[in-house]
Design a protein around this ligand. Structure first.
Ligand SMILES: *Cc1c(COP(=O)(O)O)cnc(C)c1O
Length: 360
């Protein structure tokens, strides 16, 4: 067996401990004589799995009792629609557009009402987070929407926008559980699992209870109403059962690492190794304004597309995979999620140094 250092933006690296445990339990999950994949989601064994997953997530994020945790499907993309369908009572929402995912969410919301773009950083290819301390929040906005960590561009909100009392909805797909967050500041937090938590196919939404009502846009399908899933404890229909089981293992792994405070420290240390190198490199440079840099996704370029391609090719051959940047930024991107060990980043930087010397 040989594992690479996988810098994929998602689906992405998972803790080896979790993968090993899942492998051990594959044929016979704890004496049930079957895999979790083969198990009824209504069975006792599975009930324990999903209940524990929720309890551990609540512990990790310190989720207050007046918030529901939902395990959903349809990717983050379906939330682009579910959010307006469930929250747009006045048919008005304000979007802060800091990248491709926020842009797509904003576009989708326009199907359901007036979705205002109240701030954007598109003028500089989304390389920074705009000042959101005093935005023209609409009087009748049902919510204010952000994408908290911009996976493609490598920016992160370090301060939440001043929503002037409006509900904040945040897509945290690529920074979920990378550091502590104050859940009470949000109406909805949601994210796809495949970046920092587990396999693709699971979306986790944390929603303040008073926002879960029957008062949704006319014609909203049953499956797209938060209330349907909240009332049924995420078991209205067959949930993405195996994916939730892996997420649950990752939650336990995170608790073992010391929880989210410890992860934040680890992630800061890890990201600093790469950013410090980029800041002094003569060949590579980061593409993001320093104060807005993400701890999870680190885009960088040489400024020469051929050199970028050469680097990606040689890095791949050396066991550092999925470093090619998104086409809209070009260059490279190293996604260094929770499960990327610090050695992975240290070795990547060593490799970059060597490449820089060879190509000076
Ligand atoms: C990957 C990603 C998405 C899209 O997720 P899907 O599960 O493919 O729909 C949306 N938002 C962010 C921040 C992402 O990183």
């Amino acid at each position: 067996m040989s594992r690479v250092y996988n810098f994929s933006a998602g689906p992405a690296v998972l803790p080896e401990e979790v993968l090993k445990e899942a492998a051990e339990e594959m044929m016979d999950y704890r004496g049930t004589g079957m895999s979790v994949m083969e198990m009824s989601h209504r069975s006792k064994a599975y009930e324990t799995i999903i209940k524990e997953a929720e309890a551990d997530l609540r512990d990790l994020l310190n989720i207050p009792d007046n918030y529901k945790v939902l395990f959903l499907q349809g990717g983050a993309h379906l939330q682009f629609a579910m959010v307006p369908m469930n929250l747009m009572k006045n048919k008005v929402a304000d979007y802060i557009v800091t990248g491709m995912w926020a842009k797509k969410a904003h576009k989708e919301a326009q199907k359901f009402g007036t979705a205002n773009k109240i701030a954007t950083s598109e003028d500089d290819n989304f390389s920074y987070i705009p000042d959101c301390s005093d935005l023209p929040i609409s009087e009748d906005a049902d919510y204010v929407y952000i994408c908290e960590n911009n996976t493609i561009y490598g920016t992160k909100f370090k301060t939440l926008p001043n929503t002037k009392g409006k509900i904040l909805v945040s897509d945290v797909s690529s920074c979920f559980l990378s550091e502590p967050m104050d859940v009470t500041k949000y109406g909805i937090i949601y994210g796809g699992a495949q970046k920092n938590i587990g396999p693709a196919g699971v979306v986790i939404a944390i929603i303040r209870e008073d926002l879960i009502t029957e008062d949704v846009l006319e014609g909203t399908p049953t499956m797209l109403q938060y209330k349907t899933h909240a009332d049924a404890d995420s078991m209205y229909n067959t949930p993405p059962a195996y994916g939730i089981y892996i997420c649950g293992k990752v939650f336990k792994w995170l608790k073992k690492q010391g929880g989210l405070e410890a992860m934040k420290e680890y992630n800061e240390k890890k990201a600093a190794i790469l950013y410090d190198f980029l800041d002094q490199s003569k060949l590579f440079k980061g593409t993001v304004r320093k104060e807005d840099r993400s701890l999870m996704n680190v885009p960088f370029v040489t400024g020469d597309a051929d050199m970028d391609a050469k680097f990606v090719k040689e890095a791949t051959a050396a066991g550092f995979t999925n470093l090619k940047g998104h086409r809209s930024v070009g260059g490279m991107r190293a996604s260094i999620y929770n499960a990327m060990p610090i050695e992975g980043v240290e070795k990547l930087v060593e490799f970059m140094k060597k490449f820089e010397e060879e190509n000076a």
